[in-house]
Design a protein around this ligand. Structure first.
Ligand SMILES: O=P(O)(O)OC[C@@H](O)[C@@H](O)c1c[nH]c2ccccc12
Length: 381
């Protein structure tokens, strides 16, 4: 198990670490990774006759995913990764069939999003292999310091720095704003005193796009930008940077510890800030054991059930956990469900230095005024 974990994660390391690995990482979906993993799990199958071999390869791939899920499960991660070709075929005499079952049906919305993202990323990678992104990164606008912007804002206002989210829709809330002009909204946020911006790039569930991210970056907005995406693969980090992102979100409910470790390293290497998102005590404890994490987001929304409870931020910052966070000088962001000055004061009291807000400000006719309303005062000056 340990060796499988390592193999999976090594495949996530970018070429400055291992020059030839990307084709392998290219996936979980391409033959490089398939054969590496199959060999690891199931040596000796290659001697089987051709047809059997093909069939068993699919089975092996399924086993790889299953084993990844087992590794995740030991860390308390409930989100499973998408089975590559569905579960193994069943045979009854000459007939083969695949059942719709627990194994090939997402159990909740987060799992569904992640499974879709796996497929989407595999297709995008085929179109834009890593070496093309590396060139694009060299030409991309230099990254801006996301954490420095948060700290400067906190010092300037004495209130949590605002990461204002450019979000058109969400699976839990539907369409938040019909007349959605991402660049106009971004400019209005900046004018209202936002320290950083978060731009949803997932198209299917949030009606976002990388075009929005690029357009905002090229429109003269100076706030650092968080690419709000469901990262399942290191390739996406390069893609986000190439599109002008300064920071990315790594969701602990989705990524096992080793992926978070390696992805954090890759982020550093290419100048991205990693915002690592947690929702419960187990995720927080996992993340606090990983070195080099500087920014943690506490999501008040459970992404599996959509329940929102802002006391979650307080709960996860109490006692020893809060102590450890202070010792490590980690900046904490309170995320989701913040609507009023009282809400802001509540999470500030709990210990956050920044907040991530979408709905309550994106819905306002004038998002600049929406920010002043959220804080109970003008924070732009
Ligand atoms: O619109 P809200 O409730 O203010 O939430 C913003 C942000 O926290 C939320 O969009 C979010 C937090 N983590 C995420 C992960 C994926 C998608 C979206 C999110």
């Amino acid at each position: 198990m340990e060796s499988l974990m390592r193999a999976t994660s090594l495949n996530s390391i970018p070429s400055p670490f291992l020059n030839h690995t990307f084709r392998q990482h290219d996936s979980r979906f391409t033959s490089g990774f398939k054969s590496t993993s199959s060999t690891l799990i199931n040596n000796g199958r290659s001697s089987l006759p051709c047809l059997r071999a093909q069939q068993s390869e699919t089975t092996d791939e399924f086993k790889v995913r299953n084993s990844q899920d087992e590794v995740s499960a030991t860390q308390g991660i409930r989100i499973r990764r998408r089975p590559p070709t569905g579960p193994p075929l069943h045979y009854v005499g000459p007939f083969e069939f695949r059942l719709q079952n627990e194994g090939n049906t997402p159990r909740n919305i987060l799992e569904e999003i992640v499974w879709n993202k796996d497929t989407e990323v595999a297709q995008m990678k085929d179109k834009k292999p890593l070496y093309t992104l590396k060139k694009a990164i060299e030409l991309a606008p230099p990254p801006r310091d996301f954490i420095a912007a948060l700290k400067a804002s906190y010092l300037r206002t004495g209130m949590p720095a605002l990461i204002a989210e450019v979000k058109k829709a969400s699976p839990s809330r539907g369409v938040l704003r019909e007349d959605f002009e991402p660049v106009e909204i971004a400019k209005a946020y900046e004018k209202g005193g936002a320290a950083c911006l978060s731009v949803l790039t997932d198209a299917k569930y949030f009606q976002g796009s990388f075009e929005n991210l690029e357009a905002i970056r090229n429109a003269g907005v100076t706030c650092p930008l968080l690419c709000k995406e469901f990262i399942v693969d290191a390739w996406q980090l390069y893609y986000a940077r190439a599109k002008g992102a300064d920071a990315v979100l790594l969701i602990a409910a989705v990524l096992p510890d080793l992926d978070i470790k390696y992805m954090t390293k890759i982020c550093k290497l290419i100048g991205l800030t990693a915002l690592v998102e947690v929702h419960d005590e187990n995720e927080m404890d996992r993340i606090l054991k990983i070195d080099g994490i500087q920014l943690i987001g506490i999501n008040n929304r459970n992404l599996e059930t959509f329940e929102v409870d802002i006391s979650n931020t307080k709960k996860l910052l109490e006692g020893e956990r809060g102590e450890k966070i202070r010792q490590k000088e980690i900046v904490v962001v309170g995320e989701s469900g913040l609507f009023t000055p009282d809400d802001v004061a509540y999470v500030q009291e709990a210990g956050v230095k920044a907040i991530l807000v979408g709905e309550s400000i994106v819905k306002q006719k004038d998002p600049t005024a929406g920010i002043a309303e959220l804080f109970g005062k003008d924070i732009s000056a």
